[in-house]
Ligand binder design. Structure first.
Ligand SMILES: C[S@@+](CC[C@H](N)C(=O)[O-])C[C@H]1O[C@@H](n2cnc3c(N)ncnc32)[C@H](O)[C@@H]1O
Length: 305
């Protein structure tokens, strides 16, 4: 409608049209970036995309899209996650617990428990001696024979695999608490309920525990994004103004958030570590506005006032 008014005024006379166009621009600016946008998310389209996403999770064998990688090992985790991850994991003792959300085949945990010499991973993440009890979580069951064999030889208490549900579907009693939680292209990059997801991560951490993750295709905290980026996860305030994922996380109570911006990666990526410093965590709510299936999906969230 705004575009149509500009066009008709151009036909009517140059001076009048310029004046009218200026008024329209000022009016749109006053309304803010959200002007002209729908007031509510298009739910049928979102539902359609969510069913497409389900198909990706359920895909097997040759049907698994090439970009949906589910077998990254511990050395990949060490490269992709923030700097402190390996040291923190390496320091855990036998009564500590590690949760890997979105573990896929659980290869990182397999490497962690591999007999010395077999593991291609950096020894720093898995030094000889005591190991934490590890829990792999995936929506779909991608366990391999190698996992079954290793889990049987160590006992279920050391390596557990949870599947068939998302993080939000587990009760606090079912999961218990963890000293370290990781997420490499898992729920943080895939969920449609980002604030609820982070809430559940934080409530599953012990005070003093840390969450390590990364998120690709975002506005970077240091603001040095290259031009022409296709963003995957976009956050905005109620007026439609962009918010950086790190600024949003830093509004959470009882946590210390650190972000490492990677502008030279294929997609601008934020490596995020969150340390829980007291018990009463609370994450500013987000509402899903757009979702497009993929690996990872493209999502737009708005702060929910
Ligand atoms: C691309 S795979 C990544 C697997 C592994 N981290 C890797 O890097 O090889 C995505 C994983 O995230 C899981 N996932 C996505 N959303 C999740 C959620 N909300 N809760 C738990 N798992 C989730 C999927 O089921 C799958 O295991």
């Amino acid at each position: 409608m705004v575009m149509r008014s500009v066009k008709s005024s151009v036909i009517g006379g140059k001076t009048a049209s310029v004046r009218r166009a200026v008024v329209i621009v000022l009016f749109v600016q006053a309304l803010g970036p959200a002007a002209g946008r729908p007031q509510e998310p298009a739910q049928p389209r979102i539902d359609e995309e969510i069913s497409k996403q389900e198909k990706i999770y359920r895909s097997r064998g040759a049907d698994v899209p090439r970009g949906y990688v589910t077998d990254r090992g511990l050395s990949d985790y060490a490269e992709l996650l923030p700097a402190g991850f390996c040291d923190t994991l390496g320091r855990l003792g036998s009564s500590d617990r590690w949760l890997d959300i979105g573990a896929g085949a659980g290869q990182a945990i397999l490497d962690y428990y591999a007999p010395q010499g077999d593991a291609p991973s950096g020894e720093k993440c898995a030094p000889p001696g005591d190991k934490a009890r590890a829990v792999a979580m995936s929506i779909e069951d991608r366990r391999t024979d190698k996992w079954r064999h290793q889990a049987a030889s160590l006992g279920d208490d050391r390596m557990r695999y949870l599947s068939g549900k998302r993080l939000r579907d587990y009760s606090p009693e079912e999961l218990g608490k963890f000293q370290i939680i990781t997420d490499v292209f898992g729920g943080f990059s895939y969920t449609e309920h980002l604030s609820h997801f982070v809430d559940r991560v934080l409530s599953s951490l012990e005070v003093g525990g840390s969450f390590y993750t990364l998120v690709p295709g975002v506005h970077l905290e240091h603001g040095k994004d290259k031009l022409g980026i296709l963003y995957l996860t976009e956050l905005e305030d109620a007026a439609g103004r962009p918010i950086k994922v790190c600024s949003w996380l830093k509004q959470t109570a009882c946590v210390h958030v650190t972000c490492e911006s990677k502008s030279d990666w294929k997609r601008p990526t934020e490596l995020i570590s969150i340390r829980k410093v007291c018990g009463d965590t609370s994450v500013p709510r987000l509402k899903l506005w757009e979702f497009e299936a993929g690996y990872p999906p493209a999502r737009r969230f708005q702060l929910d006032p």
